[in-house]
Design a protein around this ligand. Structure first.
Ligand SMILES: CC(C)(COP(=O)(O)OP(=O)(O)OC[C@H]1O[C@@H](n2cnc3c(N)ncnc32)[C@H](O)[C@@H]1OP(=O)(O)O)[C@@H](O)C(=O)NCCC(=O)NCCS
Length: 174
């Protein structure tokens, strides 16, 4: 995790929380250094003003990847979203979605951080923020590969088994 301890989270635009992360090795992250480029990351649950142009680079590991316009439709159709945005270039660099009945159940279908922003705590922060949004519900589920389970256990989730259907012809969402 590379949030700087000596720079507390600060309130940004529209009450969003902003964190400064430093590119480079984790050990170097606690020290500000001009040798490293800095990225100011803003977290938001508001899609207002979000444009498909800000959503490039996601779903690279998908054979049939949704395009940015379809990605925006996914975000808009979700019950809740949290975005991580690089204030420098205004690009969305990470996102998480949830679908919920608002009474008992929520499902977290998508969590992704752009490869060049991974391993800096952004994915964990997105997950923590989404879990706070659904903490009043009875059950919160997601599917993941076994090797990802330690990542989710760190925020208090428990391993489970599940079932699924994948309609691969519809993977791109269009
Ligand atoms: C999973 C993902 C969202 C994590 O985002 P991130 O910003 O790198 O997360 P953090 O920096 O908070 O935490 C990174 C941790 O996740 C672990 N992790 C990431 N991908 C992993 C994988 N495929 N298998 C096992 N662990 C993984 C890292 O090893 C690291 O662990 P460490 O802190 O013990 O070193 C990101 O790797 C990603 O977008 N992956 C591709 C999409 C994906 O797999 N989404 C999850 C679907 S269940």
């Amino acid at each position: 995790m590379v949030l700087e301890n000596d720079r507390p989270l600060t309130t940004g635009r529209g009450g969003e929380l902003t964190a400064i992360i430093t590119a480079g090795a984790i050990g170097a992250a606690r020290r500000r250094s001009t040798c490293h480029s800095e990225h100011v990351i803003t977290y938001s649950d508001d899609l207002t003003g979000t444009d498909p142009q800000q959503l490039h680079g996601f779903f690279q590991h998908w054979a049939g990847a949704p395009d940015p316009a379809t990605h925006l439709r996914v975000l808009e159709g979700s019950s809740a979203v949290v975005l991580a945005q690089d204030e420098g270039n205004q690009q969305v660099v990470g996102f998480i979605t949830a679908i919920t009945d608002g009474v008992l159940c929520a499902y977290i279908p998508l969590l992704e951080v752009l490869p060049e922003y991974q391993n800096r705590g952004i994915g964990s922060e997105l997950l923590r923020r989404m879990l706070r949004k659904v903490e009043h519900l009875y059950m919160v589920d997601l599917m993941c590969d076994p090797e990802m389970q330690p990542f989710y256990e760190r925020v208090g989730m428990q391993p489970a088994s599940g079932m699924m259907i994948r309609n691969w012809a519809r993977q791109a969402g269009s």
